[in-house]
Design a protein around this ligand. Structure first.
Ligand code: PLP
Length: 395
């Protein structure tokens, strides 16, 4: 049976949580991650990595950065932090880049373009790379949804001047992002520790998330007293720090779309870096692909819904299973009521971006319901998710 999480929480975890299986290896060929694409620095979030990429490129006031109209609102504040202006380009109905529109928006002050590989499905990146080279603008590959995998015979992230990743979307960690570059050194990106309070908070939060869904019961028993003492501990840590770091952890996709520049030069936690070392990309990719296939099979032949993409490309590692739904609101409510965790990527859109900016983005933000397919779903959980989805859409 499914574990019983806190009231109001979904019945199964939306994102990977720490489990005993997190440390298991997989046999088979080596699978690349975005960190194999080049030099890298491990920071505390994807949005911080975007800010660093823009700083490395030298983007400044009076300049423009092309950003997809279909976006996470967390992608925009780093552009504003540089004093630059975000200019939104269109996407196609399947979320692929509208290359004509992108090209038409390149102006004399355009310095960089951000391209997102939505849901772990790589964009057709070679023509975009060629366009950027021809026009002398920098390409930032947003790999927030594709930490793992390959495209065009290279690791994800190898095509951009810079790539950014959001490790917490793929690993059971509470913070984490990466700035990667296959083309440039990152010597000027100097990072420092965010302190002992942050280190402790990150480790304990990851454990707690796991406990909520019945993972690591032995560890939970061993830690129950220390966890109860945690509140008191934070009080102490905060007093001692005297407010040097504004919060004990950065804003993340979990909590908000905010961007706090005080996290810009902070190194990712020891815990997150250890998890990155221990993670087995081959296992993560195999499980995510297999869970994706289970959900794909569950919706096959049902009218009114279809996977956003007809096929999961070889070498891809999905972030979630994006389902295109003709009439999304009733299904959204039915799934939520049943305890299914859902993501609606692209909502909210940045202020001023709407259907007149890009009708396809508005359509995708409304009609795509994304379901988890991560590696830490247990067999009972993915089976429950597939059957609950099937039942809810057939109703
Ligand atoms: C989540 C996300 C980001 C930002 O990552 P964080 O780690 O949450 O800062 C950037 N781009 C896209 C497409 C995202 O979904």
């Amino acid at each position: 049976m499914l574990a019983n999480p806190l009231p109001g929480r979904p019945l199964i975890p939306l994102a990977p949580i720490l489990s005993a299986s997190s440390f298991r290896r997989a046999a088979g060929a080596r699978v690349h991650t975005v960190l194999d694409a080049g030099n890298y620095r491990l920071v505390t979030s994807g949005r911080v990595a975007i800010a660093l990429a823009l700083r490395e490129i030298g983007v400044g006031p009076g300049e423009q950065v092309l950003v997809p109209a279909y976006h996470s609102a967390s992608m925009i504040p780093p552009v504003l932090w540089r004093g630059a202006e975000p200019v939104f380009y269109r996407v196609q109905p399947d979320a692929s880049v509208d290359l004509k529109d992108l090209e038409a928006r390149i102006g004399p002050t355009t310095r960089a373009v951000m391209v997102t590989h939505y849901f772990g499905f790589p964009q057709d990146i070679a023509p975009i790379r060629a366009l950027c080279d021809a026009r002398g603008i920098a390409l930032i590959e947003d790999c927030a949804h594709c930490f793992i995998g390959e495209h065009g015979g290279r690791p994800v992230g190898a095509w951009g001047d810079y790539a950014i990743a959001s490790s917490m979307k793929f690993l059971p960690i509470y913070e984490g992002g990466a700035l990667v570059s296959a083309r440039h050194r990152l010597d000027k990106v100097v990072l420092e520790s965010a302190g002992a309070g942050f280190e402790a908070k990150v480790a304990l939060n990851s454990l707690e998330k796991g406990f909520e869904y019945g993972r690591l019961p032995a560890v939970r028993a061993a830690l129950s007293l220390p966890l109860r003492a945690k509140g008191a501990l934070w009080g102490l840590v905060k007093q001692r720090r005297g407010g040097a770091v504004p919060a004990l952890a950065p804003d993340s996709s979990d909590s908000s779309f905010n961007f706090d520049p005080r996290w810009i030069d902070k190194r990712s936690s020891l815990f997150a870096r250890a998890m990155l070392k221990l993670a087995a990309p081959a296992r993560i990719q195999a499980l995510r692909r297999s869970h994706y296939a289970r959900l794909e099979a569950a919706v096959q032949g049902v009218s009114g819904v279809r996977p956003l993409h007809p096929r999961l490309p070889d070498g891809a590692c999905p972030w979630v299973f994006p389902l295109l739904v003709d009439d999304p609101e009733p299904l959204f409510v039915r799934l939520k009521t049943r305890g299914v965790p859902l993501t609606r990527f692209g909502t909210p859109q940045w202020e001023g971006v709407d259907a007149t900016t890009c009708a396809n983005s508005a359509m995708l933000a409304r009609h795509v319901l994304a379901l988890p397919c991560h590696q830490e779903l247990k067999e009972s959980e993915i089976a429950w998710l597939a059957s609950t989805l099937r039942e809810a859409i057939s109703q």
